[in-house]
Design a protein around this ligand. Sequence first.
Ligand SMILES: Nc1ncnc2c1ncn2[C@@H]1O[C@H](COP(=O)(O)OP(=O)(O)OP(=O)(O)O)[C@@H](O)[C@H]1O
Length: 381
Amino acid sequence: MPAIDRALATVQDPEIKRPITELGMVAAVDVDADSRVRVEVLLTIAGCPLKGTLTRDVTEAVGAVPGVAAVEVELGVMSAEQRAELKQLLTAGQGDREIPFARPDSLTRVIAVASGKGGVGKSSVTVNLALALARRGLSVGVLDADVYGHSVPAMLGVADSRPTSVEEMILPVPTMGLKVMSIGMLKPRRDQVVAWRGPILDRAIQQMLADVYWGDLDHLLIDLPPGTGDVAISLGQKLPNAEVLVVTTPQQAAAEVAERAGTMASMMNQRVVGVVENMSGLVLDCPHCGHSHTTDVFGTGGGEEVAAALTTRIGYDVPVLARVPLDPRLRVGGDEGSPVVAEADPDPRGAAAQLLALADRLASRSRPLQGLQLGLSPVGR
Ligand SMILES: Nc1ncnc2c1ncn2[C@@H]1O[C@H](COP(=O)(O)OP(=O)(O)OP(=O)(O)O)[C@@H](O)[C@H]1O
């Protein structure tokens, strides 16, 4: 029945984000004399964590077709051959172990979020920015490459999730409209320590970029470890066309290390797109006078200092793109796995409003060629 086929084509696999009909996941559709429909859906792997979502979506879509009396969803599992076909379909045109974002024709804007030192709010900025961009209808992936912290999954409420893998192709974990992959998800257990060094880290980064099925992304946000270590070098080599956002605090003492992270990105030919000053003034409503007062807990001027120093050193304008205030709601959102930008009606003086404005600024910027590698080489005469 074409109407049932059309209804099934509206159901997406929650991880791959493509219609199940295109992915070879609908094995059979039977309609009996009483207009009861039985749909056999093939999961990519047995025990797929999202089978409940799939069953519900298929039941709802087919149940809404006029004339359908009842829907029964039967779940099966793809054979090795069917999985190999699926992998082939998803990676068509992509060379083995090729990083799709490094291709010259890639339309994905990669933004790596860097900081000089830890604890300045790099991961908080990454997850909130990602969610704010996704709320604008953009397709966004988040790659947590912070070997020391990997706090992104917890901040997005998927700390214990593990990605599904289909024939060595890893499907990122879907949450809140984002696709998430973390270096922590490559560990067998959450409490295990990642004690990897150069070459193994490099392989892990390669795997997370090339072996993960990211699909068509508008943005990929990467949470880098603090500082200028191995991961930043690996990513710089693999993704010279990435843009880098430097997060720092207003504290003057933190400025120098943040500058170093920005300079390093530019040495890797990545464009430094701007600076985010986080933990700027704390706004408190005064119980005595009724007005609000701002306390500069970490001083002032750190963001400007980093931006000015990078502008001079790199030779193009590196602006301060946002000043995000200290805001307990941001911390609570991170702890609870529900980023503050998801709040309805954000307080215009709070962190959420500044992070939403940052997403707007970044999304509305066209990608300038200055600072990007064009891959041109002079022709000899
Ligand atoms: N603007 C802010 N207001 C209040 N709390 C904040 C703010 N920014 C970050 N925090 C809190 O500070 C702590 C450190 O933030 P976060 O983990 O984002 O930093 P980080 O730079 O990614 O650190 P690391 O590199 O060590 O992972 C978190 O508990 C976070 O909730």
